[in-house]
Design a protein around this ligand. Structure first.
Ligand SMILES: [Zn+2]
Length: 361
């Protein structure tokens, strides 16, 4: 545990173009603006070849990142020369700010400043979401009906201090499902959902029957699909006391007409569509392939690398907020036991979907 402290971030600019990150340091302030008197001040002002010092107060377990964006490549121990102005931004747990800083006579417009400012609002964020549960043996760390063992997902999330969001199938929460849940998933699904709720996780809507919308509309009509969604909400609300606000269509199959009708009923529809901003787009971990649905499609060399690569690719586009989609599978618990610590190291904070949306929306 870190003590409240003051960070001194020494910034030395040099001439190499394309630099991004200045410093990353675990620990930040209750209120950075108050503590450091923002907009951030660098003293003495940066001039070619000079260094600037920024001091920030910090609280335990929080995070400050300082970035210089633009054409200057920062944070070298030996000097150099500022080739152009750069953009200084810092992000912390609950607050963020971004302020342009241009050394005298070297001002220029930072290329990606708009995108950076937008993504910096909530800081580096991840909402972990899990589809297709609740599955007691995965959540509690027991064995499935077929004897497949799993580590406990809920224990892992507790250990890591992570609150997640579960998109459950409504039918699993009904009393009629108890026997099947015991036989297949090693326990009573409804009780596992109650445990999710008790431990502070969110439960959202993945429909009642998990039927593909295209097939279900063709077979039973649109009203049936809308009713299937409401049926799931009613049973989820009987556990959480709150009506779900988010719906993830099975297999992400959706089209604009139906989406509008679902949204008119008060749901935000989760999507992979490129029509929405990247931060609001589901990032598919493809974990289901690695759990046997189609092993040939399991990302190589591993799903762990695949998820980190996807995030790195988004970061290169200035996106630092990610909605990650997993399933309640033993493989995914193992994967996340390595992924969560690694992403924390990279400055990410894990939040529930509602919090994520309130910080990014
Ligand atoms: Zn699903």
């Amino acid at each position: 545990m870190l003590q409240a402290t003051t960070l001194y971030i020494l910034m030395i600019a040099c001439a190499a173009p394309g630099g991004v990150k200045v410093a990353e340091k675990a620990a930040p302030p209750p209120d950075l603006r108050k503590a450091a008197g923002f907009p951030a001040r660098i003293a003495p002002p940066l001039t070619p070849g000079s260094a600037g010092r920024l001091s920030l107060s910090a609280e335990p377990d929080e995070l400050v990142r300082v970035q210089a964006l633009g054409k200057a490549k920062p944070f070298r121990k030996s000097g150099g020369r500022v080739a152009a102005g750069f953009y200084l931004s810092a992000t912390l747990t609950h607050h963020s700010f971004a302020t342009p800083f241009f050394p005298t006579n070297h001002a220029s417009t930072p290329g990606n400043a708009g995108a950076r400012a937008q993504t910096a609002r909530g800081g580096r964020l991840i909402a972990l979401t899990f589809d297709d549960g609740p599955k007691p043996y995965v959540l509690m760390g027991t064995r499935s009906g077929k004897g497949v063992a799993s580590q406990s997902l809920l224990a892992l999330l507790d250990q890591q201090g992570v609150r997640a969001t579960f998109f459950v199938m409504g039918w699993r929460l009904s009393k009629n499902a108890d026997e099947k849940c015991r036989q297949v998933d090693g326990g009573v699904c409804r009780e596992a959902a109650e445990e999710e709720h008790r431990r502070g996780h969110e439960i959202e809507n993945h429909t009642y029957g998990h039927g593909n919308f295209r097939i279900m509309v063709g077979r039973y009509g649109e009203a049936w699909v809308l009713n299937d969604i409401e049926r799931a909400s009613t049973i989820i609300q009987s556990i959480t006391g709150v009506k779900p606000a988010y719906l993830r269509p099975p297999d992400w199959t959706i089209w604009p007409e139906l989406e509008k009708k679902i949204e008119a009923r008060g749901y935000h529809v989760m999507t992979k569509s490129t029509a929405v901003p990247p931060a609001l787009r589901d990032v598919d971990s493809e974990d289901y392939f690695c759990a046997g649905r189609d092993l040939a499609k399991c990302p190589k060399p591993s799903d762990y690398d695949y998820v980190l690569r996807s995030i790195a690719q988004r970061e290169r586009q200035g996106v630092e907020q990610h909605l990650l989609v997993f399933h309640e599978l033993p493989q995914s618990v193992e994967l996340l036991s390595r992924l969560i610590p690694e992403l924390k190291k990279r400055g990410y904070r894990f939040v529930t979907l509602r919090t994520y949306m309130s910080l990014t929306g």
